[in-house]
Write a protein that binds this ligand. Structure first.
Ligand code: ADP
Ligand code: ADP
Length: 229
């Protein structure tokens, strides 16, 4: 089994008064192996976020099949979703919660029993241990981003997905995020990230899929891909 498997995945956004119909994914076939750090690389508008949103259950596919950790998203949507943690592009942490509360609420939403929560462990791993009881609104942008990563891991999913993890992020924070991601991967977590920076994909990923205009135009081990460029 794969971490993620998409077959013939199509997403068409319907036309609106001001826009034409848009086929954002044109029948994508993609397998993401378990244990990898997998990069979805492509320019803006390629369809990366659409793909992530379908995995996350935020967007309905038009046709095709998708399974996550061997669980078909149509047949076992809850089980499929439980297998992934998603770090969105935008920061969406509640300003009047503390990081500790934020993680507790998130764990509660996933039905993680109180005795199995790893709230402080996660906060410490992301360098937020001493901010556990501060208000989120008092945290820096970088801290909020790290909190988003901690939130995505509260239910201990086997797959962590990061949508443009370093967009608008400074060098120091990028290093911290990458170090955390690599450490998670060493512990067995499959990592999927989207990026439009080749350098980012190159440095971090062992396999890269290049997406353009809703199609996968290459999918190879990073070394093989780079050798051809
Ligand atoms: P990427 O994440 O690679 O930048 P997206 O998945 O955001 O690409 O977008 C792929 C295409 O689908 C783009 O042309 C975008 O404008 C379009 N699109 C994305 N979301 C919507 C939406 N909710 N409604 C209509 N079109 C959309
Ligand atoms: P990305 O940076 O991944 O390309 P965008 O900034 O294009 O994402 O899109 C941000 C949000 O707007 C997403 O939820 C996306 O689905 C939506 N969106 C993108 N393009 C369109 C569009 N043409 N019409 C409606 N919604 C869109």
């Amino acid at each position: 089994d794969y971490a993620i498997e998409a077959k013939g995945l199509v997403k068409t956004y319907p036309a609106t008064k001001t826009t034409n119909e848009m086929q954002a994914l044109k029948g994508i076939d993609l397998v993401i192996p378990r244990g990898s750090i997998f990069g979805l690389l492509g320019p803006n508008g390629a369809g990366k976020s659409t793909f992530i949103n379908i995995l996350a259950g935020l967007c309905k596919k038009t046709s095709g099949t998708v399974s996550i950790w061997g669980r078909d998203i149509d047949e076992r949507p809850r089980d499929a979703r439980a297998a992934i943690g998603v770090v969105p592009q935008e920061i969406a942490a509640d300003p009047f919660f503390t990081p500790r509360e934020s993680l507790e609420v998130q764990a509660g939403m996933y039905g993680v029993p109180a005795g199995e929560r790893r709230t402080m462990e996660l906060l410490n791993a992301l360098g937020l241990g001493d901010k556990a009881n501060a208000y989120v609104r008092q945290l820096s942008g970088g801290m909020k981003r790290r909190l988003m990563v901690a939130k995505a891991m509260t239910h201990n999913p086997p797959v962590l997905i990061l949508d443009e993890p370093t967009a608008g992020v400074d060098v120091e924070l990028r290093k911290q995020l990458w170090a955390y991601v690599v450490e998670l991967n060493r512990k067995g977590v499959t990592i999927v990230l989207t990026t439009h920076y080749l350098e980012e994909a190159q440095e971090l990923c062992d396999q890269i899929a290049i997406v353009n205009r809703g199609e996968v135009v290459a999918c190879e081990p990073t070394a093989t891909l780079l050798a051809r460029m």
